[in-house]
Design a protein around this ligand. Structure first.
Ligand code: GLC
Length: 594
């Protein structure tokens, strides 16, 4: 893989270097030009976002758990990757039942991760490096230890009672709790209703029992979250990732979800032993759009006055199709998310050329020009090796995935550790499982520990994540001796180098920055290929082999010859775009010659 020097020089001249942005309260640079200001407003459109799971990123105080100062100490590494923003999964005080997604105070930092001063320091140091920091915003539920819920469950007359979803059971008597109000299920297994003996009603929880759902029909809940957003916006965060956003509302009539059946008409049973439900009355209800339009309008009021750049709202939007994804952007008059995650592409979980082609085409043609946010991985799913790998060519396949991630039009989001090719390492014994979902679902669903193992920084004891001899909260995978940042930083053929090169190309080659995307060789069922074209700029062609055999593809519809920008190790420079040869799971990216 290589980038021609001539190209580096050209693109270096084209790259806009923005002045460091500042948090509210600090002096903004007064001489920012209009085009620089516009560029700052649009920073997210071709941005690269990096998800950090703080618990597993870097331990700075030797307790076996990652922390904020650990993240700050790795900012230069993040800068060297070329990313524009980090999204931190929750760092608020939490009983940690769902490792931070059960929040007991939205305006503080969990002492496990540090202090508010550590947080402010992280933001300031990140800003110096032009890296924005996004917080996770969990609005669907709180912890059962949050003061709102403690109040809510204390009596039926408490002013906070209506902040959560309380309902009577069916057939309740003075001596029996009866049955839950309906058949709704928790995504983490079994009924979503929990009986509360003190006030003799059930509360609804889409996730763990310790995560009661808030009542979004209550205007006080909306106001409370606007106050929380304001709290963090004033501290200078670059935006938020909205957790489980499609779960915000449920059917007010409490109608049962339908059971999903297989092709023989038999109910599908999930890993928890429950009948699979279609979630039609518990997920993606239309009322969520009104809430998000309100949150976006509110966030926008914090933009230009205090912060030279848009605050960006990302959505965790697992949706059934592109039409539903389109709705998450809202309208010009009532915008919602700038970047709802396009899970249509990244979670196909199978290297099927036609499906990838269709889904990428959908993102190009059915989002009315909105920016897709491409994502393949996160802390909730087995890593790329486990979902796309074939066990033999996993490294090559990870290169293919990274190529689609960064060479497609849109913003890109990836998960810490992907850039060094970290592998999924699930627990082998039930007694070692930390994620409660893995205990309920064992052995069919081993939970999410396997993708949350500590970041592998070096081949030192504890992989440089924590001090030697410390028991880390999840074990360090044995692969750390070879799969680690230090080893890969000095290896031109490493996954790390592949990521850095792709990110650099994405942000410096005009056609890859802004160019529209058109599929090439559309009858191939072995090679996915496309071109990126921008007016007045040389086109770029990209081809990825989805098979374990060598393949040839004809990209001549884009031009006759190209200068190679990047290719897999052992790949060949094609003499003509008519015959582009690809090794098994090989990649070719070239800039078309005029
Ligand atoms: C999201 C988070 C996941 C969490 C769930 C409940 O899906 O990514 O980790 O368990 O929401 O908050």
């Amino acid at each position: 893989m290589r980038i021609p020097r001539s190209l580096v020089a050209i693109v270096a001249a084209l790259v806009f270097t923005a002045a460091p942005f500042v948090a509210q309260g600090q002096a903004a640079t007064s001489h920012t030009s209009t085009s620089a200001a516009t560029s700052e407003q649009n920073w997210w459109k071709n941005a690269v976002f990096y998800e950090i799971y703080p618990r597993s990123f870097q331990d700075s105080n030797g307790d076996g758990i990652g922390d904020l100062n650990g993240i700050t100490s790795r900012l230069d590494y993040l800068k060297s990757l070329g990313i524009n923003a980090i999204w931190l999964t929750p760092i608020y005080p939490s009983p940690q039942v769902d490792f931070g997604y059960d929040i007991s105070d939205y305006e503080a930092i969990d002492p496990q991760y540090g202090t508010m001063a550590d947080f402010d320091h992280l933001i300031a140091e990140a800003n110096k490096r032009h890296i924005r920091v996004l917080m996770d915003m969990v609005m669907n539920h709180t912890s059962d230890q949050h003061q709102w819920f403690i109040q809510s469950r204390s009596s039926r007359n408490n002013p906070y009672r209506d902040w959560y979803m309380w309902h009577d059971g069916k057939g309740e008597t003075a001596t029996s709790k009866g049955e839950p109000p309906n058949n709704w299920q928790s995504l983490f297994g079994h009924s979503a209703w929990q009986w509360d003996p003190k006030t003799r009603q059930y509360y609804y929880h889409r996730f763990y029992i310790q995560q009661p759902d808030l009542n979004w029909n209550n205007p006080k809940v909306r106001q409370a979250f606007k106050d929380i957003l304001a709290f963090w916006l004033k501290r200078g965060v670059g935006g938020f990732r909205f957790d489980a956003i499609t779960a915000l509302f449920e059917d007010p009539q409490l109608r049962n979800d339908d059971v999903v059946k297989d092709k023989n008409g038999k109910p599908i049973i999930n890993a928890f032993g429950d009948s699979q439900l279609d979630s039609k009355f518990t997920d993606n209800l239309p009322e969520v759009h009104d809430v998000m339009a309100e949150m976006r309008a509110f966030t926008n009021t914090f933009d230009s006055n205090h912060f030279p750049g848009s605050r960006v709202l990302i959505g965790e939007t697992y949706l059934p199709n592109i039409a539903e994804l389109r709705k998450q952007y809202g309208s010009a008059a009532n915008p919602e998310f700038q970047l709802p995650m396009d899970t249509q592409i990244g979670f196909i979980n199978k290297l099927d050329v036609a499906t990838f082609r269709n889904r990428i085409d959908d993102a190009e043609t059915k989002l009315d020009g909105q920016v897709p946010l491409i994502v393949f991985d996160n802390h909730d799913n087995p890593r790329i090796d486990a979902r796309y790998g074939d066990g033999v060519h996993n490294t090559a396949i990870e290169r293919v995935i990274a190529t689609i991630l960064f060479a497609s039009r849109g913003a890109s989001l990836f998960y810490n550790g992907d850039e060094i090719g970290m592998k999924t390492t699930p627990p082998t014994r039930k007694q070692d499982v930390k994620d409660p979902v893995g205990i309920t679902g064992w052995p069919k669903n081993k939970g999410r520990d396997g993708e949350r193992t500590p970041m592998q920084w070096s081949d030192a004891p504890n992989a440089g994540f924590s001090s030697p001899g410390v028991k880390t909260w999840l074990p360090i995978p044995p692969s750390y001796t070879t799969v680690n940042v230090a080893a890969e930083e000095h290896n031109k053929n490493s996954m790390l180098d592949w990521y850095k090169t792709l990110i650099h190309l994405k942000q410096s080659v005009p056609a890859l920055e802004i160019g529209k995307e058109t599929m090439l060789a559309t009858s191939s069922n072995t090679v996915l290929s496309w071109q990126r074209t921008a007016p007045g700029e040389p086109a770029v062609v990209v081809a990825v082999n989805f098979t374990a055999s060598p393949q040839k593809v004809d990209l001549s519809a884009a031009g006759s010859k190209a200068e190679t920008l990047l290719k897999s190790p052992e790949g060949v420079d094609p003499a003509s775009l008519q015959h582009v040869e690809l090794k098994p799971f090989g990649v070719y990216i070239g800039q078309v010659k005029p």
